[in-house]
Design a protein around this ligand. Structure first.
Ligand code: B12
Ligand code: SF4
Ligand code: SF4
Length: 320
């Protein structure tokens, strides 16, 4: 089978697995390799020390698998409409918002299962031997650069990958492989003169378009940062308990896009928000019980309770 026929087969398998898009990028150094170095040197990663490890793999996916030739990149929508919350006037405790990506089951499990199934199917179909490495989020790859190279979408001014059919509420996943495949072309940038995401960010986390200071981002503060949050940033967190969707909610490309077809991304009971008073009462057992199989577990109990205290204080200050 030639490279083009193999690529067509992979795209059929990706569609069957439920991915909305699948594209191929060459396993070659990414377009803006020096950006990561400058980003780290400027302290943009905050306390995410893992971002400064395995730099050679992040800037060149071929380093992650010996003999790698291609990267298969997929996207899976997690877009949802907000489930209706029953009114509860008797309870004065404020609600802390959960970012949409964490409303359903943990995406790492969902995407990995589908990608391993594609790799198995390929092994059963192709005669030649080849290696694969499945990567979802946690591997040292800059997935957005690879997604852009594979034509999944363009990198927007808010640094997320988006496209006209899906907007940006989707996850990325990748299979690095030794197979030779026919690469796709990048798509062009349609952000134009829009600056809605840059203007709306509550913490001014964009020093410039296409550039994020993660150390100011609410997603980083609530999920990745383990110690205290400065008073200045805490005040700007508003009612976000876990993650933040503001720079996506305002994006014109996220209006009227289809909701996810993935059953495992249907909202769990803690979506779209949770009573912060309850979170502050959680024991370790409650935390485990409520968050089994959820991406919210990325934040430890003490971090969620720190966030809950901030949301409660912000609600109090808003009322005063
Ligand atoms: C660390 C990380 C974070 C950090 C830092 C984010 C950041 N911008 O770097 C924090 C915790 C803040 C975060 C937040 C979120 N994240 Co996150 N995160 C990651 C992770 C693990 C690594 C990202 C990384 O390498 N950053 C380092 C910097 C240097 O990379 P970069 O920002 O992508 O920069 C590149 C481009 O911006 C580009 N660039 C630079 N200049 C220019 C100029 C132009 C003109 C262009 C076009 C490009 C460009 O070059 C850079 C280097 O290649 C990836 C998974 C992965 N392995 O890739 C998920 C990932 C990026 N996150 C994801 C998600 C869903 C989120 C959130 C939406 C979650 C939420 N709701 O709270 C937010 C979104 C915030 C935002 N606006 O980006 C998805 C994004 C999917 C998509 N559609 O793009 C990913 C891909 C996970 C996944 N597998 O699906 N995240
Ligand atoms: S996720 Fe929220 S805090 Fe982070 S850059 Fe986007 S709008 Fe700003
Ligand atoms: S809000 Fe505007 S500038 Fe930001 S990513 Fe969407 S289209 Fe691009």
């Amino acid at each position: 089978m030639d490279a083009l026929t193999r690529s067509q087969l992979i795209k059929r398998l990706a569609t069957q697995a439920g991915f909305e898009r699948c594209g191929i990028a060459p396993a070659a150094p990414i377009a803006r390799a020096n950006y990561l170095e400058n980003w780290l040197a400027a302290g943009r990663a905050g306390t995410m020390d893992y971002m400064s490890r395995y730099t050679e793999m992040r800037i060149n996916p071929a380093e992650i698998l010996e003999g790698a030739q291609s990267v298969i990149v997929v996207s899976l929508s997690y877009n949802q409409t907000s489930p209706t919350m029953p009114p509860n006037d008797s309870n004065p405790s404020p609600q802390g918002r959960i970012a949409k990506y964490a409303w359903g089951d943990d995406y790492h499990d969902v995407l990995k299962k589908k990608l391993f199934a594609i790799a198995d199917e390929l092994r059963a179909t192709l005669e030649e031997s080849f290696e694969t490495k499945v990567c979802v989020d946690t591997a040292p790859l800059i997935e957005r650069e690879l997604a852009a190279a594979a034509g999944i979408g363009w990198i927007g001014k808010n640094t997320l990958v988006l496209n006209q059919a899906q907007g940006s509420f989707f996850f990325l996943g990748a299979i690095v492989t030794t197979l030779e495949l026919a690469p796709d072309e990048p798509v062009s940038d349609h952000c134009g003169s829009c600056t809605a995401c840059l203007d709306a960010c509550p913490t001014d986390a964009f020093p410039a378009a296409y550039e994020m200071d993660a150390s100011r981002c609410i997603s980083y503060l609530t999920i990745e940062h383990r110690s205290d949050i400065s008073e200045e940033l805490a005040k700007q967190m508003g009612d976000w308990l876990f993650g933040c969707d503001v720079c996506q909610d305002v994006c014109p490309f996220n209006r009227n896009v289809p909701v996810t077809k993935e059953p495992r991304f249907q909202p769990r009971p803690l979506a779209p928000s949770v009573d912060v008073g309850e979170v502050l009462e959680w024991s370790v057992e409650d935390y485990r019980k409520h968050l089994r199989g959820s991406a919210i577990k990325r934040a430890k109990l003490d971090m969620l309770q720190r966030n809950a205290t901030i949301v409660r204080e912000n609600a109090q200050n808003y009322r005063d």
